[in-house]
Ligand binder design. Structure first.
Ligand code: HEC
Ligand code: HEC
Length: 132
């Protein structure tokens, strides 16, 4: 389960592309150790975690504080806190995406559908709530 999720995270980071250019300055203000990962692998590289987080902000059109407690300088954020319900919901979303990709789309892989995969942006399309 965890392995599938890290690859989902990497795929999300890859789709992001542009984040790699912006990642370095932000990364300096983000802790090097993580204390409350329940879905992402505990041993995830900081780079992969940051890219995954940036993919969330882009997919939902929000900033870090949408899910995390804090404002202004990222160095003062309480990232491990689960106080914001959106963070808790985002965890469920991560599990949902991993299930869609790992348990379902993987079963329709064929010559025409090499790597069918959904990510946050597939539904959210830059919006906090998907619009139907
Ligand atoms: C849509 C919600 C959402 C947004 C936006 C978001 N995060 Fe997260 N973040 C999460 C979730 C969910 C987790 C916990 C993942 C888990 O449990 O495996 C997390 C975990 C983290 C952690 C690890 C905390 C710990 O010690 O366990 C850091 C650091 C972090 N995020 C940084 C950021 C940064 C920096 C941004 C902005 C670029 C950001 N996040 C934007 C949802 C979000
Ligand atoms: C299959 C479509 C789909 C995908 C993929 C998806 N979401 Fe969602 N998400 C939804 C729907 C639908 C809702 C709204 C549920 C509701 O009405 O409260 C939602 C709600 C949310 C919310 C709560 C927003 C709020 O304002 O309370 C967060 C946070 C969120 N999604 C994060 C994510 C993240 C992060 C990802 C990628 C890991 C993701 N979603 C992928 C469909 C999706």
């Amino acid at each position: 389960m965890r392995i599938k999720i890290i690859s989902a995270g990497r795929a999300m980071a890859r789709t992001l592309g542009i984040a790699a250019l912006l990642a370095t300055p932000v990364r300096g203000q983000i802790p090097n150790e993580f204390f409350n990962l329940k879905v992402l692998p505990e041993e995830i590289a900081k780079r992969d975690l940051v890219n995954t987080m940036k993919s969330f902000t882009r997919a939902l059109g929000v900033r870090c504080e949408f899910c995390h407690v804090g404002e202004g300088d990222l160095a003062n954020f309480d990232f491990p806190s689960d106080k914001k319900v959106r963070k808790v919901k985002a965890r469920v979303m991560l599990q949902m995406v991993a299930a869609i990709n790992g348990e379902y789309l993987s079963r329709i892989k064929d010559d025409e559908h090499h790597m069918p995969e959904v990510s946050c942006i597939t539904c959210h399309r830059g919006k906090q709530m998907p619009e139907f």
